[in-house]
Design a protein around this ligand. Structure first.
Ligand SMILES: O=C(O)CCC(=O)C(=O)O
Length: 263
C-alpha cells in the first residue's frame, strides 16, 4: 500500500509533523493504513465482546437486520456499550487530530458497526459505499466522510482484507474504473492492507473498494466507525439497522468533550 504510516506508539499524541504527513497521504490516496494505533489488549477485549454478542446471531436475526453484504459476509451495527464504549476506540488520541484535519473539528460519527466475513466467504462485489453526492464531477472536493476500519484479528492473505483502489476517490475516470471492476474483478492494481491487531485503515467514502474472500478457517470480523462532516446522514446503508446504536445511559458514560461525536 502506498499510503502507510507507523505511529510511534499506541494511544499517545502524535508529533504534529506525523499528523500533517498522515493528512496529506490520506488526501492524496483516499486511504491510509496506520500501524500501532490501538493497544493490542484493547483489540483483544473488543474481539472477545464481539465474539460473545455478535458471532452467533441467528439467520432470522441477520435477515431482520438485512445484514448480508455479500456471500457469508454480514454488516452488523454494534451497541456502543462495554468495550465498544471507550474513547480509545471512538476518539483515539492519535487519530482525532488527523480526522479533524480531514473533516473539520465539527466531525460526527455517522455509523458504528462491524462486517464479519465467515470462513469461505467469497470476495465481495467491488463497490462504493455511497452514491456520489454531487454527480460525476467531484474533482477537488474534500472528503465528506471516511471509514475507519479496525481489524479485530490479524489480516493475512488467507483471511483476506479489504481491497482498496488508492486514488479512486477523485478523477473523472473513477466511474469507468468502477464499472470495469464490477464487470470483471481484477485485483492487480488494488492495495491490500494486511493490517494486524492494533492497526487501522482509513478509506475516503468515495474510494473504490471491496472485501476479499476469506479462505481461512476463522471468521474475519472488522469493526468500523464512519466519521463525517456534521451535515452528512447515511440514508443509503441503514434502512433496517440503526447507523449508530447508543442508549441514553451509555451516552452519559461518554466523556462530555466527546458527546458531540454521537449527536
Ligand atoms: O469485508 C471487508 O473487508 C469490507 C466490507 C465492505 O467494504 C462493505 O461491506 O462495504
Amino acid at each position: 500500500m502506498q499510503s502507510k504510516l507507523r505511529l510511534p506508539q499506541p494511544n499517545s499524541p502524535v508529533p504534529a509533523e506525523t499528523t500533517r504527513q498522515a493528512t496529506d497521504l490520506f488526501q492524496t490516496h483516499g486511504a491510509l493504513w496506520l500501524e500501532n494505533v490501538f493497544a493490542k489488549s484493547t483489540i483483544e477485549k473488543l474481539l472477545a465482546a464481539y465474539q460473545k454478542k455478535y458471532m452467533n446471531l441467528s439467520k432470522k436475526e441477520l435477515r431482520q437486520r438485512d445484514a448480508a453484504v455479500g456471500d457469508q459476509r454480514f454488516m452488523i451495527t454494534v451497541d456502543v456499550k462495554g468495550a465498544f464504549n471507550h474513547p480509545e476506540v471512538y476518539a483515539n488520541e492519535a487519530l482525532m487530530p488527523i480526522l479533524e484535519n480531514l473533516l473539520s473539528d465539527a466531525l460526527r460519527i455517522a455509523s458504528f458497526g462491524s462486517v464479519v466475513a465467515l470462513p469461505d466467504a467469497d470476495q465481495q462485489a467491488i463497490h462504493l459505499d455511497h452514491p456520489p453526492l454531487f454527480g460525476v464531477d467531484e474533482e477537488g472536493l474534500p472528503a465528506y466522510a471516511l471509514t475507519m476500519v479496525i481489524p479485530l484479528v490479524d489480516l493475512s492473505p488467507a483471511t483476506g482484507t479489504t481491497a482498496i483502489w488508492e486514488g479512486s476517490h477523485r478523477g473523472g475516470q473513477r466511474f469507468d474504473l468502477l464499472r470495469r471492476l464490477m464487470d470483471s474483478p481484477d485485483y492487480s492494481d488494488a492495495s491490500l492492507p494486511m493490517a494486524k491487531q492494533g492497526d487501522a485503515y482509513l478509506m475516503d467514502y468515495r474510494v473504490i473498494h471491496g472485501g476479499m474472500a476469506n479462505r481461512s478457517d476463522q471468521a474475519r470480523p472488522i469493526l468500523y466507525i464512519v466519521y463525517s462532516r456534521p451535515w452528512f446522514r447515511d440514508g443509503f446503508n441503514f434502512k433496517s439497522q440503526n447507523a449508530v446504536s447508543i442508549s441514553k445511559k451509555q451516552l452519559k458514560k461518554v466523556p462530555p468533550q466527546y458527546r458531540s461525536l454521537f449527536e
